[in-house]
Design a protein around this ligand. Structure first.
Ligand code: PNS
Length: 165
C-alpha cells in the first residue's frame, strides 16, 4: 500500500490544493492530507475547522484521509508509514523554499521522497493568503476555493472584522 502525505496550513483549502490532492489520489493508494498545528501562527480558521473544510471538499475522493500533525513532517510520515510527500509548485518563486524542505525532510527521514506536481495554469495565482485578502475586502473568491466553503470564509472574515472593532 503506497501512502503519501499532502501537508500544509490549508487556511483555507483552495482549488489549487484540491487539484494537487486529487491528482495525488491517482498516484497513491492512500493520501493523508495533513494540517500543520502551529500555535505561533495566527490563522483565520482553527485546526479542527480547517480539517472539517478539507473533509467536506475531499469527501468524494477515494483514499483520502484528513489528519493533523505537530512537529516534524518527517516524523509524522514515519508514524503514518508514508513514503512520499506531495507538494504543488506554482512558480519559480516556490522552488527555493520547497527544495530546502524536500532536502531537510530527506535528511531527517531517508525513506521519504518529495514529489512536486506542477500546478494547473488556472491555479497559478491562487494561495490561501490571496483568498483571505480578497475575502477581507468582500471580493469574489469563487474562482479560488470550492463553492461549498465560500460561506464559511465570508462568515469568518465578518466575525474577525467585528472582533477587531
Ligand atoms: O501550506 P504551507 O504553510 O506552505 O505548508 C508548510 C508545511 C506545513 C509543509 C511545512 O511548514 C512543514 O512541513 N512544517 C512542519 C515542520 C517541519 O517538518 N520542518 C522541517 C521541514 S522544513
Amino acid at each position: 500500500m503506497k501512502i503519501a502525505i499532502c501537508p500544509g496550513s490549508f487556511d483555507p483549502v483552495t482549488l489549487g490544493h484540491l487539484d494537487i490532492i486529487s491528482r495525488s489520489c491517482k498516484l497513491f493508494d492512500k493520501v493523508i492530507v495533513a494540517v500543520l498545528v502551529n500555535p505561533e501562527k495566527k490563522t483565520l480558521f482553527t485546526v479542527e475547522e480547517r480539517m472539517e473544510l478539507l473533509r467536506r471538499c475531499t469527501k468524494d475522493l477515494p483514499g483520502v484521509e484528513v489528519g493533523s500533525f505537530y512537529g516534524l513532517l518527517a516524523d509524522y510520515a514515519k508514524e503514518k508509514h508514508a513514503t512520499a510527500v506531495v507538494r504543488g509548485l506554482r512558480a519559480l518563486s516556490d522552488f527555493e523554499y520547497e527544495f530546502q524542505m524536500a532536502l531537510t525532510n530527506r535528511q531527517l527521514n531517508p525513506n521519504l521522497e518529495t514529489i512536486f506536481l506542477a500546478t494547473q495554469a488556472q491555479n497559478m495565482f491562487i494561495s490561501s493568503s490571496i483568498v483571505k485578502q480578497i475575502a477581507n475586502f468582500d471580493g469574489d473568491v469563487s474562482g479560488c476555493v470550492p463553492n461549498c466553503i465560500i460561506k464559511d470564509i465570508q462568515k469568518r472574515v465578518e466575525e474577525s472584522r467585528r472582533e477587531s472593532l
